[in-house]
Design a binder for this molecule. Structure first.
Ligand code: ATP
Ligand code: MG
Length: 265
C-alpha cells in the first residue's frame, strides 16, 4: 500500500493506493491529526511519498520513513499521468497553471518541465480578501456568493468610460477593477463576483503572456481553488477562448501533486 501526500499552504491532499484503486481525500492543513489517524489505522505500514511546502512537517510528525518529492516535479508528473489516463493526446508543449493558495505556472515539453512564473494572487486571496470584503467565510459559501453577484456593480468597464462613444477596444473589457467603489449600491455577492473576476483576469493576463513567450497554445488548469468554484472556472475558460488558447480542467486535478509524489515510490 502506498500513499502520496501533498501538504500545501491551505489543504492536505491524500492519494491512497489500495491494490489498483486510488482513493482521494483532502483536509484543511490545520487538521493533520484527523487526516492521518484513519490512514495509520487502515494501513499502519503504508509507504508514504510527501510533497508540498509542509512535507517536512508531515514527515517529522507522521511518516519518519516517508520519501520527500520536490513539489514541482510531483505536480508535473501527476498532470502527465492524469492526461494519459483521460486518454487525451498529451498536447506538448503545454503550460500548467496551478491555482493553489498562490498560483504557479509550469512549462512542460516532452520529458522536461520548468516553473516559469508565480503570483501571490490565488485561492488564498479568494479566501482572505473575500472574507475581508464580505464578513462571510468558508470556501463553498464564498463561491456561492460569487455566482449570485454582479461584478458590473463594482468594476468600471471600458464602455462606462466611453459612454455613447465607440470604444477603440471591446467595451465589455474591464477598465478598472472595483473602481466604482461606493458610487454604485452593491452587495457582498457583488464584491465576491468582482474579486473572483479580478483573480481570473490576473491569472489570464499572466497566462497569455507566458503562452506567447513560450509559444504554447494549450493550458492545463489544476488546484483546489477551482473545485466547486464555477464562477472562477467559467471566467478562466471564457478568457482563454477569447485569447485563442485551449484550456483543460483536469478531473481530480487538485490531486496532481499527491499522485505525482506517489509515482516516485
Ligand atoms: P500551495 O500549493 O499554494 O502551497 P495548496 O496546495 O494548499 O497551496 P490548493 O489545495 O491547490 O493549494 O488550493 C487551496 C485553495 O483551495 C484555497 O486557498 C481555497 O481557495 C480553495 N479551497 C477549496 N476547497 C477548500 C476547502 N474545503 N477549504 C479551504 N479552502 C478550499
Ligand atoms: Mg499546492
Amino acid at each position: 500500500q502506498k500513499v502520496g501526500i501533498d501538504a500545501g499552504g491551505s489543504l492536505i491532499k491524500i492519494a491512497f493506493q489500495e491494490r489498483d484503486v486510488m482513493h482521494y481525500k483532502k483536509y484543511p492543513i490545520g487538521e493533520l491529526e484527523s487526516a492521518f489517524s484513519w490512514l495509520k489505522a487502515v494501513a499502519p505500514n503504508v509507504m508514504a511519498a510527501l510533497t508540498g511546502g509542509k512535507a517536512h512537517i508531515v514527515q517529522e510528525k507522521f511518516f519518519p520513513n516517508g520519501t520527500i518529492v520536490p513539489e514541482f516535479q510531483a505536480t508535473c508528473e501527476g498532470v502527465r499521468l492524469f492526461l494519459l489516463e483521460e486518454g487525451k493526446k498529451t498536447p506538448d508543449p503545454y503550460i500548467i497553471v496551478n491555482v493553489g493558495t498562490g498560483t504557479s505556472w509550469h512549462l512542460v515539453d516532452g520529458e522536461s518541465y520548468e516553473r516559469i512564473l508565480g503570483s501571490g494572487v490565488g485561492g488564498g486571496t479568494f479566501m482572505g480578501l473575500g472574507t475581508i470584503l464580505t464578513n462571510e467565510s468558508g470556501f463553498q459559501h464564498l463561491t456561492e456568493m460569487a455566482v449570485k453577484g454582479q461584478k458590473e456593480n463594482l468594476d468600471l468597464l471600458v464602455k462606462d468610460i466611453y459612454e455613447s462613444d465607440e470604444p477603440p477596444i471591446n467595451g465589455d473589457l474591464t477598465a478598472a477593477n472595483f473602481a466604482k467603489g461606493l458610487n454604485v449600491k452593491h452587495s457582498g455577492a457583488d464584491r465576491m463576483a468582482a474579486l473572483t473576476n479580478m483573480i481570473a483576469e490576473t491569472i489570464m493576463l499572466l497566462t497569455v503572456q507566458a503562452a506567447a513567450i513560450h509559444q504554447v497554445k494549450q493550458i492545463v488548469f489544476i488546484g483546489s481553488s477551482l473545485i466547486g468554484n464555477p464562477f472562477l472556472t467559467e471566467s478562466l475558460e471564457t478568457y482563454m477562448k477569447m485569447l485563442g488558447l485551449q484550456s483543460m480542467f483536469l478531473k481530480n486535478g487538485e490531486y496532481c501533486g499527491a499522485v505525482g509524489a506517489l509515482l516516485s515510490i
